[in-house]
Design a protein around this ligand. Sequence first.
Ligand SMILES: [Mg+2]
Length: 258
Amino acid sequence: MTVADPLAPEAVLLDLDDTLFDHTLTVRAAIVALRRRHAFLRRPSIDALYRGYLARIDHDTPDVAVGRVTPQAARRARWKAVVAECGVTMAAEATDRLADEYQELYRRVARPVEGAPQAIRRLHRTLPIAVVTNHTFAEQEAKLRFLGLARAVDHLVTPEGIGVAKPGPEIYRAALERLGVVADRATMIGDRWDSDVLGAFAVGIAPIWFNRFHLPRPAALPVAEFDRWIPTPDLAALLRARGPGAVGPAAGPAPSRL
Ligand SMILES: [Mg+2]
């Protein structure tokens, strides 16, 4: 890829959770560890518990992202609801301690998406990078440090100060401004079709879908996709698969029902 390549992007935007940091498996591992300590959490199945918890996180994300509620308050409210669903009566202080214990375990079992840190450090040798993520700056900055990506990410863009989370156009425009590129010279890589793919697409940034869980493609948009960082995807080819009509090498046909 060279500067003269008219199809090559001049900057890359990246999602963080479940694109670089393995949020889903970290949540699962933390809940598995918590269940070992608290028998009542073994009443629901592990799948029911962690899928339900992930859904609660999704529900809370917009409010946490723009600072309407702190991550800790949202977490404590989630665990209060989980405790109630398990049919357990527990003092408020005890549920707060449970939530804090979960968060300690989450940090302890944290893991990267396999191969992502290495791939991003390589990418950063040739392109400026912004991470655009729907969570608080402090917690996401800590994740970047954990991943060893603090110096490979030029800008960490969160909804705080912007007031709008992905897929809102404002957060994407803020990232472009910090990178100093126009939308059609940038690429966005993320795992969420709604906030990453459609959000980027709406402002003219070419998205690449990191479809790590092999979800069905929700719409027949000309969007490249890949499913793992190892073996290293042909990032140069993926990044060139941009613009109207561009379909990535791994995209395959869109489901006919859509
Ligand atoms: Mg994500």
